[in-house]
Design a protein around this ligand. Sequence first.
Ligand code: HEC
Length: 160
Amino acid sequence: MRFRTTAWIALGAVFLLSASPCRSAEPVSFNRDIRPIMSDVCFHCHGNDAETREAGMRLDVREAALKETENGAVPIVPGDPDASEIIKRMFDDEDPMPPESAHKPLSAAQRELFRRWVAEGAVYEPTGPTRRSLGPPCPALPLARTRSTPSSRPSLPPRA
Ligand code: HEC
């Protein structure tokens, strides 16, 4: 039984590694890899809304995330994941971030992405999609012009 579990884990690891050979070689992208996770999992408590912000720490602005917090911790030290409080807390089993009460645990792969992103310098790309994150442009779709003429739209009831 024990052996089988181990075997499955090993198999899973091999699959994961072989399934994404280029992903691990290219640098982690903030917009593509990190921001979506942060905005889903961290920004509610560490974002731009001062009302819901915890520990006086915001992670949505790089300048703020590099500053010492009110507890004397530095959330992000570019190039040094081990010194970065966000990485310490993500890997902290006793007192993890996000807190268990948020019911949004990070997967091991997600935590590893953050670690790599910080190691690579914690670059915040400007907002908006970049060419790289989008890949090759999609071929233009023919526009169904006739479909969207005003007369074919369902008409709204007259205003009272
Ligand atoms: C539901 C709210 C909530 C969410 C979601 C959340 N945090 Fe927190 N976080 C807190 C609270 C409350 C504290 C202060 C108490 C503590 O340190 O545990 C805190 C503290 C921290 C600290 C320590 C700051 C300091 O100055 O000591 C770090 C680092 C941190 N969070 C990172 C994160 C990261 C990264 C995420 C997303 C992956 C996240 N948190 C998601 C509520 C949240």
